[in-house]
Design a protein around this ligand. Structure first.
Ligand SMILES: NC(=O)C1=CN([C@@H]2O[C@H](COP(=O)(O)OP(=O)(O)OC[C@H]3O[C@@H](n4cnc5c(N)ncnc54)[C@H](OP(=O)(O)O)[C@@H]3O)[C@@H](O)[C@H]2O)C=CC1
Ligand SMILES: Nc1nc(=O)c2c([nH]1)NC[C@@H]1CN(c3ccc(C(=O)N[C@@H](CCC(=O)O)C(=O)O)cc3)C=[N+]21
Length: 295
């Protein structure tokens, strides 16, 4: 039976570190980091995340600004809000909740955020900085996964890592971070041939597929570390249940360590968002950055 990596407890420790640094900034520099979250439309799952982010932002002593726009908001209105936030000195981080309604061009919207305030790390400048090993804002979900992996293994150098999924928000930046830590990285996707064989070569297996319980125990190398990024709501036995992209029962019987869903990657994502907001506030003011909270 695998060791369960407790993302919820880890995230609570990250938030404590963030809160301690925020308290120091306030006392020594009179600075309070601020995070603006923009939500377009009424997607219920998104509203839950936005609510959780706002609550935790305030709990660590930072200011939270929520902007809820109707689903039919036009591009010009959204861009003008982002322009206002870009120029607001009280706002150090801006997050535009994805996915956006179909009539909005999400690349255009994301790339209109000031890269220094892009706490999601999705702006092309941050993608380029990460890809070239320069100081960037790093996407929260992959950063949270990296923190848990470093904590569990110490060094990741030379390990075989397989990332299943090649999205811009999870798969690709995850692969970059693992490469940065000197893993031998394979990115698998829907066209990959013999996914089972590819996954079985992994010392570190990251699942970011969006398919409930797709990664089963037979795809896991004995003793491997499995990171389950998936968040899927399914109906089972007449109840709504949250499950990952990994079949926890069969995978945990083979793996050496595994993250659960819920209580794994999800809480770390929000903790890293707070850490990124703190980092952005420090950089904007030429102050020392928090240690251990960046890639
Ligand atoms: N915990 C958290 O904080 C977060 C969780 N998530 C969750 O992570 C999961 C992935 O999210 P995201 O990256 O945005 O998803 P996307 O839908 O953008 O990407 C999914 C990727 O999985 C690949 N894929 C789909 N089906 C298969 C298959 N049968 N075999 C192999 N690869 C396949 C796709 O391949 P192709 O490119 O070929 O289509 C694609 O690259 C979701 O469950 C999402 O809810 C996302 C963000 C944050
Ligand atoms: N610009 C942008 N940045 C994001 O980071 C972003 C986004 N858009 N859109 C949606 C996805 C999804 N996401 C999650 C964050 C936390 C949990 C989380 O905390 N989940 C809890 C469970 C919560 C529940 O019960 O629903 C857990 O896994 O334990 C899940 C998912 C961030 N995302």
């Amino acid at each position: 039976m695998a060791k369960i990596i407790d993302g919820k407890a880890f995230a609570a420790r990250v938030r404590e570190q963030v809160a301690a640094h925020v308290a120091r900034l306030k006392e020594e520099n009179g600075l309070v980091p601020g995070l603006a979250v923009v939500l377009v439309g009424e997607d219920p799952a998104s509203q839950v995340y936005v609510g959780a982010k706002g609550k935790q932002t305030v709990e660590v002593g930072m200011n939270s600004y929520e902007h809820k726009l109707s689903a039919d908001t036009d591009e010009a209105t959204l861009l003008s809000l982002i322009d206002k936030l870009n120029n607001d000195p009280a706002v150090h981080g801006i997050l535009v909740q994805l996915p956006l309604p179909g009539h909005l061009d999400s690349d255009l919207v994301i790339n209109s955020i000031n890269p220094a305030k892009d706490v999601d790390g999705f702006h092309i400048s941050n993608v380029g900085l990460l890809g070239t090993g320069q100081k960037a804002m790093v996407p929260c979900t992959p950063l949270g996964c990296l923190m848990m992996l470093r904590d569990h293994h110490g060094s990741l150098s030379g390990m075989n890592a397989v990332v299943v999924g090649r999205s811009n928000i999870v798969g690709k930046p995850m692969a970059q971070l693992l490469l940065g830590d000197s893993c031998t990285v394979t990115i698998a996707h829907s066209r990959t041939k013999d996914l089972t064989a590819v996954c079985r070569g992994a010392d570190i297996l990251v699942a970011a597929v969006g398919r409930p319980e797709m990664i089963t125990g037979d795809m896991v190398k004995p003793g491997a570390t499995v990171i389950d990024v998936g968040i899927n709501r399914i109906e089972r036995d007449g109840k709504t249940k949250l499950v990952g992209d990994v079949d926890f029962a069969s995978a945990s019987a083979v793996a050496g360590a595994i993250t659960p869903v819920p209580g794994g990657v999800g809480p770390m994502t929000i903790a890293c968002l707070l850490a990124n907001t703190l980092t952005a506030a420090c950089r904007a003011n030429g102050l020392a950055e928090p240690k251990g909270l960046t890639a």
